[in-house]
Design a binder for this molecule. Sequence first.
Ligand code: HEC
Ligand code: HEC
Ligand code: HEC
Ligand code: HEC
Ligand code: HEC
Length: 279
Amino acid sequence: MGAFFMRYHDTTITLRLQLYAVMLLALAPYLFPSAACAQEPAEPVCITCHSTLPEKFSQPVKLWRGSIHAENGIYCNGCHGGDPNDAANAMNPARGFLGVPTETAIPAFCGRCHVGVLKDYLASAHGRKLGKGGPTCVTCHSNHHVVKASLALINEQSCSRCHSFERARVIRAAMQETEAMIVAIDGRISGFKKTGTDTEKLEKELFAVRNQFHTLFHSVDVELVKNDSAQIQADLRKIQVVLDGLDTEHQRRMIAGAAAVSIMLMIALVLHLLRKTYD
Ligand code: HEC
Ligand code: HEC
Ligand code: HEC
Ligand code: HEC
Ligand code: HEC
């Protein structure tokens, strides 16, 4: 750089270089995003320390890494409380550390965030048997490797631990039709999103209906599931109607686009022929 300046003493060039340098500095955070992330919060001390501990205390970190909670920025302290920024006092109850919940405390522990699910669960045959043979959230979802919920959670291995699989099978069958509708709509919305259509509103609507539906399971009440499914399917059909409208519009635009292209080709051809005749 020094040699460069020695050779070109022309002041306009140095001035221009200075201007470029200033512009580059101003743009740096956008051009080199990694440098701009310096202020991003560091990983909680819970994770740094627990990663180095013996199996029993480091295992949760490994399991948690692959979870939907990790994906959504819910760290150890999201569930267990404590201070994620101060290693010396991280597990101090005075800093909100809750420790490990006992079996009967688990639903309330998870339910701080999953309020609707907790309500349905507590009112259900499962919730009423909490501490007396009923399953807790962790029985079905696990504690650290919690993944996106789906009907796959209702399976023989998990549901025949305490009673026959038959009742589980009945409730799963009642939910399958609605689930299939949700999956199909989700696929159609993603398709439109790829073509650049604004799908935010539809996504929000589906998200709300989906949540309502996935919570429903926790009642483990076949009659309730059947009744509520009817309403949920009606809501889903409203989204389908909007998607059908988008489909038609899309087709119309494709036809219009094809027509415009053919007209343009035709004009080009005519011009070409005209030029040939005059040449
Ligand atoms: C400096 C190291 C260190 C930090 C930081 C740390 N822990 Fe721990 N943690 C330990 C050790 C060691 C144990 C096992 C011995 C014990 O219970 O004190 C433990 C145990 C635990 C347990 C089990 C307690 C029990 O009663 O069995 C939980 C839950 C836990 N930690 C959560 C957290 C959370 C949440 C954070 C962050 C807010 C955190 N830890 C930060 C070292 C740490
Ligand atoms: C989604 C909530 C949730 C998150 C996030 C979470 N834990 Fe836990 N953890 C639990 C529950 C619930 C239990 C009690 C499980 C049980 O009784 O089966 C538990 C138990 C533990 C235990 C006791 C040992 C064991 O395996 O039973 C330790 C240690 C622990 N967690 C550490 C951590 C650390 C470290 C993190 C962060 C990497 C973390 N937890 C994140 C919910 C969570
Ligand atoms: C600090 C708040 C918080 C706590 C406590 C918490 N979660 Fe979550 N959980 C979330 C967030 C945020 C998401 C991701 C957004 C979503 O899907 O709702 C999530 C997602 C989930 C999902 C997937 C939902 C889906 O859409 O498929 C399940 C299942 C789940 N959590 C179960 C649990 C269980 C079991 C516990 C207790 C061991 C627990 N959560 C504790 C915040 C929390
Ligand atoms: C008997 C097993 C079982 C128990 C107990 C259970 N769940 Fe679920 N959970 C499921 C199944 C199955 C689904 C998926 C239902 C579906 O796909 O429609 C689900 C779905 C979810 C979802 C996603 C629904 C949504 O609103 O996005 C969350 C969150 C969740 N459970 C949290 C919890 C919490 C918190 C508890 C304890 C209060 C709990 N679950 C207890 C089996 C269970
Ligand atoms: C930890 C034991 C346990 C597990 C695991 C378990 N259940 Fe249950 N379930 C119970 C108990 C206890 C009852 C209530 C007493 C009874 O009816 O036997 C019950 C009742 C039910 C009922 C009847 C509800 C009613 O109102 O009559 C259904 C449906 C059900 N469970 C479905 C499931 C499904 C689906 C799964 C798997 C995702 C599952 N259960 C896993 C213990 C369990």
